[in-house]
Ligand binder design. Structure first.
Ligand SMILES: Cc1cc2nc3c(=O)[nH]c(=O)nc-3n(C[C@H](O)[C@H](O)[C@H](O)COP(=O)(O)OP(=O)(O)OC[C@H]3O[C@@H](n4cnc5c(N)ncnc54)[C@H](O)[C@@H]3O)c2cc1C
Length: 240
């Protein structure tokens, strides 16, 4: 997680739309100017009032190619922040600062692999949407791990993206098989990466999710698969 958290101006933006993504995940689309300065994969700070306990860092789940709004997507938990967010409706406003972070696509000859768990999909959705809209011409594989099907978010978006851009391949991983749903089962481990991404040595890996998951993925890539540290980019969702 990089970026200078002191330089970004605070803006008050109006909520245009609230989208339910799953039983416990919601996206909030904020009205934004036509030209928004951020890179796919970066995050923002959302404040719901002046109480410092009501501030969170959240990835931007929209892409710079989607004009007129800025979207973030939050897992609604039992926290005070989540409850306050859950009550917000179109027409309400939130304070935001952005952009932060360096979990972004880089200019390189490498193909791309995303390893993402649960709500850690948010910046990956932004980067995949950007890559497809800009037709970057790179091969992308996304391994997306969830407990069960009901935890998957952006399923329709990813289906549409892979249909529009055949170089994007999505591999779902669930704890247990679901009838009629194509997925691997268990956890993301070295065996699964070897099977699903046989050309893993030719790729830059982007890892995003809870810190424990990101650390485990990094260990697999570096220690078991011998990937160069420089080819691993991470974002830790501290707080999960
Ligand atoms: C760069 C970045 C991007 C993120 N993007 C997303 C996103 O797109 N969607 C999303 O749902 N979440 C995202 N998160 C996580 C988010 O900021 C919250 O930490 C998380 O949603 C939990 O907040 P809560 O209000 O639901 O629960 P809380 O009850 O506030 O959090 C649960 C526990 O985590 C602790 N905690 C909360 N925040 C932090 C923190 N920053 N550091 C250490 N401990 C903490 C609390 O003390 C508590 O014990 C991101 C985090 C980071 C750092």
């Amino acid at each position: 997680m990089g970026g200078d958290r002191g330089m970004q101006a605070e803006k008050l933006l109006e909520i245009k739309e609230v989208i339910r993504r799953s039983y416990n995940v919601k996206s909030f689309r904020l009205a934004a100017p036509e030209w928004i300065d951020f890179s796919a994969g970066q995050f923002l700070m959302v404040a719901l009032g002046d109480d410092p306990g009501l501030k969170r860092y959240l990835s931007i789940s929209s892409s710079p190619t989607e004009k007129g709004y800025l979207e973030f997507t939050k897992k609604i938990t039992q926290s005070g922040f989540s409850s306050a967010l859950d009550r917000l409706k179109p027409g309400d406003s939130v304070k935001v600062r952005y952009p932060f972070g360096s979990f972004t696509l880089q200019d390189s000859p490498h193909k791309i692999a995303f390893l993402s768990g649960g709500i850690g999909i948010t910046p990956v959705r932004s980067m995949c949407k950007y890559a497809v809209d800009k037709n970057i011409g790179k091969d992308i594989v996304l391994i997306y791990a969830n407990r069960s099907m009901r935890d998957i978010v952006f399923a329709d978006d990813f289906s549409a993206l892979s249909a529009a851009y055949p170089l994007l391949r999505l591999v779902h991983v669930l704890c247990e098989a679901e009838p009629g749903f194509k997925c691997s089962t268990g956890q993301i481990d070295a065996g699964l990466i070897r099977k699903e991404v046989p050309d893993y040595m030719d790729r830059r890996f982007y890892l995003c999710g809870p810190p424990q998951m990101v650390a485990a993925m990094r260990a697999i890539l570096e220690k078991e698969l011998g990937l160069d540290k420089g080819l691993i980019v991470t974002e830790n969702f501290q707080g999960y």
